[in-house]
Design a binder for this molecule. Structure first.
Ligand SMILES: O=P(O)(O)OC[C@H]1O[C@H](OP(=O)(O)OP(=O)(O)O)[C@H](O)[C@@H]1O
Ligand SMILES: NC(=O)CC[C@H](N)C(=O)O
Ligand code: SF4
Ligand SMILES: [Mg+2]
Length: 473
């Protein structure tokens, strides 16, 4: 059945492990556990002892889907895992990853982070070329089918073939019964990194997952790179067609990735401190204390406070057991979520001029409620600084943040937003300031949702439920 409600989502988390002599189901589980923030709809693990792929993928959090018994039923030294937020295809068990596909090289399992924008065309083409039929409704099924059916003498040729045909974002963890394959798309939109563990290898969306496993971080994958890991060791090839420009999602730096992950060679925590410092340099204001909106804006607020030489103070305490509001299923529960999530401390706030920092404003649900809360707690003035530019366009590459009509900055000017959220002043970081803070030239990042300028051409708005409404057969 087609879903009509809007799902504001993040991304997905992927893990892969090849550790001879070890049972990697637990490794994969703990890797996914560290990546839970990237997707909370479903979780799955596939493993192999070398003879066949065992799979378990269900709706729910990593810790809800897997127990000791389920992990024990997933034997093998080779495995991949996935935690999903849907960007194409409904939030349904049949779309839970890893997905299996069958081809001339046997069975494969695929875990995908990203969004492929030409999946619809590929379904039609592949039905003709390979006789493919599609039972699920995500773009990942198309990727899995392509890797299973593509011609090629080895996985590098297969991957190069797939890279020529896929348009969009795809960081992939793929396994056969005896090989682990990791792929980062030619633009490097989503992160993917490599580590070593107990004589074997681990790949993961973020370095924080490697830290969690006690693995040693080796490096981030290149854009257009394919890794093949098996009993003979590791081999790597970068697709010759990969462009020189990187287009990593700049929102990973601002909000999505964990602050303790290394992205493009730098700790996200430090990059976020620079984002905060930069917005203050662009838009200084007098205040008594700097307040972050927990959790994700803390590093930005700390960096801003240091640049402003105004004390950073915790004024809002967060209930740790409430999830990210960005990712609740509808507007009503999102609004409720903000109330349950925060408690302002009157003793800290009363009579003070506050400089409130958030990493981003999407719909403005969070900031509007927080300002009301702070005023009720006796704030004398509330000045807001946002450590990223206004979000004016939607994402086509794996972040389902909101529809165009819901994005406040797509529909109102900064002055109108200031009034709407009830702030004494509001200022956003400029796109130039953003690029300065991430220390990158313009073409090194995708900034599409801020600038409308995407690394590859996109349609006006994508139809997430396209395959649900009219499945191709
Ligand atoms: O304008 P909105 O639609 O409210 O969305 C923006 C908010 O969403 C995110 O926080 P979230 O609460 O999701 O997670 P966090 O606790 O990690 O900051 C982000 O950090 C902003 O605070
Ligand atoms: N957020 C993601 O990376 C989602 C992966 C894929 N597009 C899906 O919807 O399943
Ligand atoms: S459009 Fe925005 S969220 Fe999407 S990949 Fe580009 S920078 Fe990231
Ligand atoms: Mg937040």
């Amino acid at each position: 059945m087609p879903e009509t409600d809007d799902h504001p989502h993040e991304e997905c988390g992927i893990v892969g492990a090849f550790v001879p002599g070890e049972s990697v189901a637990r490794t994969t589980f703990f890797g996914l556990f560290a990546l839970q923030h990237r997707g909370q709809e479903s979780a799955g693990i596939a493993t192999s002892e070398g003879d066949k792929i065992n799979l378990k993928a269900k709706m729910g959090l990593v810790s809800q889907v897997f127990r000791e018994e389920t992990l024990a039923a997933l034997p093998g030294h080779l495995g991949i895992g996935h935690t999903r937020y849907s960007t194409m295809g409904g939030s349904k068990e049949y779309n839970a990853q890893p997905l299996l596909a069958e081809g001339q090289r046997g069975q494969i399992a695929v875990g995908h982070n990203g969004n492929v924008i030409n999946a619809s065309d590929l379904r039609v083409e592949m039905a003709e070329e390979f006789g493919s039929s599609f039972e699920k409704t995500s773009d990942t099924e198309v990727i899995a089918e392509l890797f299973a059916k593509a011609p090629g003498a080895d996985w590098f040729e297969v991957s190069a073939y797939a890279m020529r045909r896929l348009k969009g974002a795809y960081s992939l963890a793929i396994m056969t019964k005896d090989q682990l394959i990791a792929v980062r798309d030619p633009l490097g939109i989503r992160p993917l990194c490599l580590g070593t563990l107990n004589g074997g290898y681990v790949v993961a969306s973020e370095t924080a997952a490697l830290d969690n496993l006690g693995a040693e971080f080796v490096r981030e994958l290149e854009h257009g790179e394919t890794l093949v890991i098996d009993k003979n060791g590791i081999q790597s090839k970068v697709w010759s067609g990969a462009r020189s420009a990187h287009a990593m999602c700049v929102f990973e730096q601002i909000y999505f990735a964990r602050p303790d992950s290394i992205l493009n060679g730098e700790l996200a925590y430090e990059t976020r401190q620079r984002l905060g410092a930069e917005v203050f340099r662009e838009h200084p204001v007098d205040a008594d204390i700097v307040v972050g909106i927990p959790d994700s804006s803390t590093p930005h607020a700390v960096g801003l406070a240091a640049a402003a030489k105004i004390p950073y103070t915790e004024a809002i305490i967060r209930n740790r057991y409430v999830g990210r509001t960005f990712i609740q299923p509808d507007q009503r529960s999102r609004a409720q979520g903000v109330q349950t999530k925060f408690n302002p401390m009157r003793g800290v706030i009363e009579g003070k001029k506050l400089l409130v920092v958030d990493d981003s404003i999407v719909r403005s649900t969070t900031i509007t409620r927080v300002i009301k809360m702070l005023r009720r707690a006796g704030a004398a003035e509330v000045h807001v600084r946002v450590a990223s530019p206004p979000i004016k366009s939607t994402c086509h590459f794996g972040v389902d943040m909101a529809t165009l009509s819901e994005l406040i900055a797509a529909n109102k000017t900064v002055d109108e937003i200031t009034e709407y959220i009830g702030a004494d002043s509001l200022a956003y970081l400029s796109v130039e300031g953003l690029l300065r803070a991430v220390r990158a030239p313009k073409n090194a990042y995708c900034t599409g949702c801020f600038t409308g300028d995407y690394p590859i051409p996109v349609q006006l708005e994508m139809n997430k439920m396209g395959f649900e409404a009219a499945p191709a057969d």
